[in-house]
Design a protein around this ligand. Sequence first.
Ligand code: ADP
Ligand code: MG
Length: 369
Amino acid sequence: MIRFEHVTKRYKGTAKPALSDIDFEIQRGEFVFLVGASGSGKSSCLRLILREDVPSSGRVVALGRDTKTLTTRRTPYFRRHIGAVFQDFRLLQSKTVAQNVAFTLQVIGRSRGFIKQAVPDALERVGLAGMGKRMPHELSGGEQQRVAIARALVNRPQLLLADEPTGNLDPGTSVDIMRILAQVNATGTTVVMATHEATFVDQMQRRVIELSEGVLLRDERHGGYGDTSVVRTLRPETERGAAAIAALTAVLEVQREVTEGSAEAAVDATQRAVDAVEEVVDVIAAPAPAPARPAEAADAAIPPIEPASGDPVAEPVPVAEPDAAAGEQPEDDGADRTPSVPHVPVDELGMADRLGLRPRDDDEVGPTS
Ligand code: ADP
Ligand code: MG
């Protein structure tokens, strides 16, 4: 799903590279922590995955695409399969919760019917059912971050990137956010979360990729933060299940693109499905990891995902009904389409690039061999 091959990133005017010769691969369905001190290169990695930036050397492959060969014109379509949340929530303060969640869908031209169903679904997934009419300033920090997660999930992305999503929250609220991210992952979405906070990483016992000053220090399956004694405590069947669900999601996406999307989108989706199925085969073929510790470690590996103080977040979400699967909106039906969105305050969100609202500049990125 994501592959870094000898990735080095140098920013203009800086002597030291922000990332040096980084190599890792993330499979569909994984939950990965990207950890390291401030300035270690975590956000740079996430920006490379989102193709907000390209490597100075090496290759970043995300969702089956080499980000360097992806044209600027295609980038917004690529990003529709990726949700992103940030430390500072980035909500539109002048819009209600529901409008914030609906906003991206409107900009990409989703139908009213889709939006009407998808927004309450997304709010329910994050435990905010019925809160759509509130304004962001009426919510706590944790609730605002839930809105941001709902917005990131509303188009059913295959991948969720979270850059220090708990950085502005108190520990109790942060745990709620972690539960939601774990739940999102349990439904087949790959999650990559950057954090410098040890607590969650220790508790979650998922894969940890640690950076230090742009160098990959550690890439450990299911390790705790700074604790190398706990390895491989995630039960293999969990991985298999996640891989299988992810493959099913990918296949349903093919179905959807074939019936509703463009030929190019169908080809893209097919490639992703092939990748997903190959990963299932890999996961099944891989030798079962020996637990480093007896049963208690395995039981402690994944904290149960419980509703946070009565919130219905533990309700499993049906995985990718074809209608709800992320994908490009076909250009041909137009019948129930929301009218073009006037006065779109995308700059407020820094989302112009993500949504393809910048002028085309295809020549900027050429194919690489
Ligand atoms: P982290 O997210 O782990 O705090 P970053 O990826 O933001 O780390 O930054 C890694 C290094 O790259 C830091 O030294 C930072 O100062 C530098 N850096 C990040 N973005 C830029 C930029 N746009 N221009 C110049 N240097 C940058
Ligand atoms: Mg950062």
